[in-house]
Design a protein around this ligand. Sequence first.
Ligand SMILES: Cc1ncc(COP(=O)(O)O)c(C=O)c1O
Length: 433
Amino acid sequence: MSKIRKSSHFVNINLNVRGLVQSATLLINERSNELIKKGITVYKLGLGQSPFPVPDIIQEALRRNAHQKDYLPVKGLLPLREAISEFNFRRQGIKCSAEDIMIGPGSKELIFILQLVYYGELIIPTPSWVSYSPQARIAGRHVTWVPTTEENDWRLSPEKLDIICRSDPDRPRVVILNYPSNPTGSTYPKARLKKLAEVARKYNIILISDEIYGLIDHSGEHISIAKYYPEGTIISSGLSKWAGAGGWRLGTFTFPENLRWLQNAMAIVASETYTSTSAPIQYAAITAFQDHPEIDNYLHHVRRVLKTLGNYMANRLKAKNISMPSPKGGFYLFLNFQFYRNKLATKGILTSFEMCETLLKETGIAVLPGSDFGRQPEELTCRLAYVDFDGKMVLNKAMTEYDSTPLDDVFLIKYCGKMIDALTKMENWLDNL
Ligand SMILES: Cc1ncc(COP(=O)(O)O)c(C=O)c1O
């Protein structure tokens, strides 16, 4: 008698998806929460989520728009697209019209559908944000990783990009440039942006300039490469990082007019998949992109806190022979434990993954291994997100008690205690290796 076949036989997964695992940043968050449930103290430095609340004025706008219930246009609500085009001019001096803007449920989704509809290879520096490469794989695109060096703060060099493009100059290509960078916290100075723009122009590259952390450049002086390569740059941004609204799911793309064909193709896919971005969120986002002193004040204090905490953490870790680029924007440090290689090896730790697992087990500190960002597994790097503090309280203290006093170590010790504890734990762990 023939045996009944198990139903698992029929689980056939698209080969582009087979073998992929859930996004690393989301997994580390789930893992941290499980440990917390078991009563273990976990320092959640894995997930890159803003600790700050959504500015009150934007929350109020959402409350006022709770009744908005209609499906909205695929490319986005016109008044919102208008507000974003004005915002681009006000903040960056970039001229564009409402038609050049596309709204999506997070910039992640927009980057994905661009990879799906554009036929070409993806070029990204290593290290890069965790999702670019898996998205390319799902879309069936080839990924070329461009090596970078720590001496150069892990940034894409125009010369290396040129070498890659030279061998096949007409190949269609998308380059994603993300700055301030996740995972490194570094950014590109004007001169470097100009050189990268020259190479991009030479090879007709489509550049996605992922500026999701632009407004939280610690100096407040973020510059878009769209200024130097306007005809080929798509600016990717949204509310997730600067407005602390990751869960609201609103992302924005600003296209040059001559890439309207690409925007239209993306809109077709959007119309057949997510339809349009949540209506109340889009109405509320109009306020976020308008000129309001409350928002400028919020950003001023968010940047102060991030700058002070980032530098403090970097200095203490550098004193322990951990190297990293100095933090310039966003809320990440990309740590290199090379100095401890031999000591780690005696504990059987040979990869960044093993290092992060052991660190979590022995100290409760959750960080992500460099290998999640495209680095070689045996390189002992990891990304630390300095976000485990009560952003609402800290922002309030910075705005009131410390409004006219520089933020200092005392402020951090008093109000970002958990970050300081994590640092001390890490230092002790290193001392005892
Ligand atoms: C570099 C980078 N780009 C894009 C995104 C996606 O942001 P969202 O989809 O929330 O707009 C993130 C989120 O972590 C990010 O770090």
